[in-house]
Write a protein that binds this ligand. Structure first.
Ligand code: THU
Length: 145
């Protein structure tokens, strides 16, 4: 089994833990750290909507809390409740999650956007978030730091 397929399976399992009563869109993610450990996450919604957290960020924040700082790959699976995996569509990370990835990952970090174990597409972070805003911007002239 490839690393990508292993992560897709774990993301699918994590999706079952999603708390998404408002959108009904359940997402799971599995993040491979450079340490070899895998951190999973699900989306966690809120009645006020704004405080909701995506599956990818749940996985990242768990890993960062545990001391991880380097990452190689993440798989994401998302589809509405009640839809079987074989009828789902490929789910790519939202812009906020891409920005969080840019904080901790190199441009060649791999993002596996998956519908199921057979239908997925691998992107690099650079492909999904070119010309990102980062710490380098804050140290340039005029940034005030
Ligand atoms: N969501 C994720 O968890 N990850 C994504 O990549 C896309 C969107 C969540 C946020 C919200 O809880 C629901 O999916 C609908 O947008």
């Amino acid at each position: 089994m490839t690393e990508a397929v292993k992560l897709i399976k774990l993301a699918e399992e994590a999706r079952e833990r999603a708390y998404a009563p408002y959108s009904g869109f359940l997402v799971g993610a599995a993040l491979l750290a450079e340490s070899g450990k895998i951190y999973t996450g699900c989306n966690i919604e809120n009645a006020a909507l704004g405080p909701s957290n995506c599956a990818e960020r749940t996985a990242f924040f768990k890993a960062i809390y545990e001391g991880e700082r380097g990452f190689s790959m993440i798989a994401v699976v998302g589809r509405a409740a009640g839809i079987p995996a074989e009828k789902g569509e490929i789910c790519t990370p939202c812009g906020v999650c891409r920005q969080v990835m840019a904080e901790f990952c190199r441009p060649d970090f791999v993002i596996v956007a998956a519908a199921d174990e057979k239908r997925w597409k691998a992107y690099t972070l650079q492909e999904l978030l070119p010309a990102e805003f980062g710490a380098q911007n804050l140290t340039e002239k005029g940034a005030g730091i």
